[in-house]
Design a protein around this ligand. Structure first.
Ligand SMILES: Nc1c(NC[C@H](O)[C@H](O)[C@H](O)CO)[nH]c(=O)[nH]c1=O
Ligand SMILES: CC(=O)[C@@H](O)COP(=O)(O)O
Length: 159
């Protein structure tokens, strides 16, 4: 189902693991900060809502989504971090730069997750327009940050 028909904040919370002692890092891109800020709020609030202690959440900013992979790696390599959530918004421009960033960050985040055997969540919006972005950052299609946070929690159940 495409996100146009789905609410990103509508997910099952059945059988969630106890995350009261788990530690999370949230890495946020500074590009399109009005969008990524809303994603961050959604992710942070969702983690706390489902049992994560606020002082068990560390946050960091990177200049753009392309830098999310390295930012994620700096926290994924830490023994005191159980999962990493990457938040960004790459909006299509006039050139193919969009394509290179999106592919690089998707591949990079995947590689970090596999290298450190930890959940590193792709909470990156790749819309065509600012409106599409806002619709997915707390608008009519929910909040990708909520989805990223619950995904991190669910993946820790695999441990
Ligand atoms: N255009 C967007 C960017 N561009 C910047 C890159 O992410 C990167 O920081 C730069 O290429 C230097 O390495 N980043 C976004 O997150 N969103 C955009 O729409
Ligand atoms: C996704 C981007 O980097 C974008 O903002 C760049 O815009 P353009 O492709 O018009 O240079």
């Amino acid at each position: 189902m495409s996100s146009a028909l789905k609410n990103l904040s509508d997910f099952s919370t059945a059988n969630l693991p106890d995350v009261s002692q788990k530690r999370f890092a949230i890495i946020v891109s500074e590009w399109n900060t009005e969008v990524t800020g809303a994603l961050y709020t959604g992710a942070f609030d969702t983690l706390v809502k489902h049992g994560v202690q606020e002082n068990h959440i560390v946050s960091a900013q990177v200049p753009g989504s392309f830098e999310l992979s390295l930012g994620a790696q700096k926290f994924a390599q830490r023994e005191d971090i159980d999962a990493v959530i990457c938040l960004g918004c790459v909006i299509q421009g006039e050139t193919r730069h969009f394509d290179f960033i999106c592919q690089a960050v998707a591949d990079g985040i995947t590689n970090v997750s596999l290298k450190y055997n930890k959940p590193v969540i792709f909470g990156v919006l790749t819309p065509n327009t600012q409106e599409q972005a806002m619709d997915r950052a707390g608008g009519k299609h929910g909040n990708k940050g909520d989805e990223a946070a619950i995904t991190a929690i669910k993946m820790l159940a695999l441990n």
